[in-house]
Design a protein around this ligand. Structure first.
Ligand code: PGA
Length: 246
């Protein structure tokens, strides 16, 4: 397997001191695995800089959960990829909560993707179908639309910094994980469209990480709920490290 990438999406959790304490503990816990697994945490924007500094000199990287597409200007409440450039490693875009709760469109995500890559951020693009779409057998169609729209106009040489997270919406925060077979099928399909690492997201936890990460086309995980406890996030990273060594 490729060097696995495990990303912890904190969403809107933790105060700044809590986030810092977590980061320092993770730094200690992941020390033995740093050569075999890429671990990334995605804290809320307000603590990102502080946490990036606390993790300086270690292998754990940080990323933003969202950003706009302009470099600067009258966009109250927004942060720009330019502000992240040079010290923040990753940018997550297209999470289903952004798409559904904040009405982000495929066209906006295309702009965000271009802006992120222009500022040399490693972009994780989340895609995935809703329960209704899944039950109607429309997974491939939805993923194809989301992917094609997001990467429109992106040159292949830029796309080396792009990863995809397959997150079936019906599995996010619901405790319902896609079976390893469902995940594998969707990942293989995504790779038939785009040559990029594909992470699985949706109720990944220490108990199911191994069977998901063992699938040939699952290159890592985007972890929400289980990343809120440093021990369980570290346990998922350990599992990934063990599989990548074997
Ligand atoms: P979950 O969230 O692990 O809590 O299902 C995943 C995500 O939203 O990225």
């Amino acid at each position: 397997m490729r060097k696995p990438l495990i990303a912890g999406n904190w969403k809107m959790h933790f105060t700044v001191p809590e986030g810092l304490e977590y980061a320092l503990q993770l730094r200690r816990d992941l020390e033995p695995y740093s050569a075999v697994v890429d671990a990334v945490i995605l804290p809320p924007a307000v603590m990102l800089w502080e946490i990036a500094n606390a993790l300086r000199g270690c292998a754990i990287e940080v990323g933003a959960q969202n950003a706009g597409w302009e470099d600067q200007g009258p966009f109250t409440g927004e942060i720009s990829p330019k502000m992240l450039a040079g010290w923040c490693h990753y940018l997550l875009i297209g999470h289903s909560e952004r798409r559904q709760l904040f009405n982000e469109t495929d066209e906006e995500l295309n702009r965000k993707l271009h802006a992120g890559l222009r500022h040399r951020l490693k972009v994780i693009l989340a895609v995935g179908e809703t329960l209704e779409e899944y039950e109607a057998g429309r997974t491939a169609e939805v993923i194809t639309r989301q992917l094609n729209a997001a990467v429109y106009g992106v040159e292949l040489r830029q796309a080396t910094e792009l990863s995809v997270a397959y997150e079936p919406v019906w599995a996010i925060g619901t405790g319902k994980t896609a079976t390893p077979e469902i995940a594998q099928e969707a990942h293989a399909f995504i790779k038939s469209l785009l040559d990029a690492p594909v992470l699985y997201g949706g109720s990944v936890k220490p108990e199911n990480a191994e069977e998901l990460l063992a699938q040939p086309d699952v290159d890592g995980a985007l972890v929400g709920g289980a990343s809120l406890e440093v021990e369980s996030f570290a346990a998922i990273c350990e599992t990934a490290a063990r599989l990548s060594r074997s």
